[in-house]
Design a protein around this ligand. Structure first.
Ligand code: MG
Length: 104
């Protein structure tokens, strides 16, 4: 299992080796998260609503792209993304107890 902190470091190293820090602004990284999420959506556009309708490799690459930009944003915001996910899951657990029926 890969540690989220290690992934954040790897993304930071990739950025710094290319001198791209100057391009990693909050706005542009947030835009990039959305663009990559759109590329993920595009895989499903006009297809049957099933994982079998998309290429596995493309799916994993687009999911990775979203996460890479989230990790990059976490780096400049000094947020431990793994810890943030854990904390948000706890909040969601309290908001949506498993024993209750939740209609959206
Ligand atoms: Mg992509």
């Amino acid at each position: 299992m890969v540690d989220t902190k290690e992934l954040q470091k790897a993304v930071e190293q990739f950025r710094d080796q290319r001198d791209w820090k100057r391009y990693h602004t909050p706005k542009d990284l947030s835009i990039s998260v959305c663009i990559e999420a759109s590329e993920l959506l595009e895989l499903f556009q006009w297809k049957e609503d099933s994982l079998s309708s998309v290429d596995d490799e493309r799916l994993s690459e687009e999911m990775a792209d979203v996460m890479i930009y989230l990790l990059a944003l976490s780096n400049i915001a000094d947020i431990d993304l793994g810890k943030a996910v854990e904390e948000k899951l706890k909040k969601n657990e309290e908001k949506y107890p498993p024993e209750e029926d939740h209609l959206f």
